[in-house]
Design a protein around this ligand. Sequence first.
Ligand code: ZN
Length: 290
Amino acid sequence: MKDYLIRGMDSNGNIRFFAATTTSLVEKARKIHNTSPTATAALGRALTAAAMLGVDLKNEKDILTFRIKGDGPIGSIVTVANNKGEVKGYVANPHADLPTRADGKLDVGGLVGKNGQLAIIKDLGLKEPYVGLTNLISGEIAEDLAHYFYTSEQQPTAISLGVLVDKDISVRAAGGYMLQLLPGIKDDEIDRIEEIIKNAKPISTLVDEGLDAEEILQNLFGEFKIKTLNKIPLEYSCNCSRNRIKEVLISLGNDELEKIIEEDEKAEVVCHFCNTKYYFTKEELVELLK
Ligand SMILES: [Zn+2]
């Protein structure tokens, strides 16, 4: 089943809804990075969140980076998205793993660690990117992101993210949903939403049962008469190219480039997001110096 995201609004205009199925793109990330099961879950949750955050960007060229850096063994998690449904990401230590928790779940919170920071960086093509920062509270990612919205943007938000890893360590189901409660919302509506979320099956179970993004929202929150605003296919996609890598090399500056030419006589640059390797000969590097 193809991954996609939908964005919707309730009939009163008080709740913004997002839902995404991300099984295929998280599996692609797992294959690229060869992540351990718990690292797959952590990266998959972050990629799903980035997809939902990215769709809110105004312009096609805007780029959103969702970065989590805790004190757990996975190190930093970096995910990037745009409003066209293209996402990519990597983690510092893809092979880091932890035993499953007593309740049988993957210990994402332990792998990420709870001492650290979450950052949302929006590159809107202006001189300086917009950077929002908050401390992590659990390392479980959905909780941390909800905390970010509440503290940094004064935006009450409910978020659920989930990745189900199969016995053969491939991704069996992944997805997420997010609700943003706007100022007009009534207390009884908030109570009802809390009740629904409390009693809902895990999002990865709903995806595993074959529900698509629209069905997930209707299934859980149908009573709010959700109107779908847009539906966007999602994919794991890296836009790196030889030209972009050349720009990166040039941005190192003349001194650094001369040093590489003298000491290594060649350069190998690996894209973090898709692991594509780019080779440059001494002659090519000399050309870049000019
Ligand atoms: Zn790449």
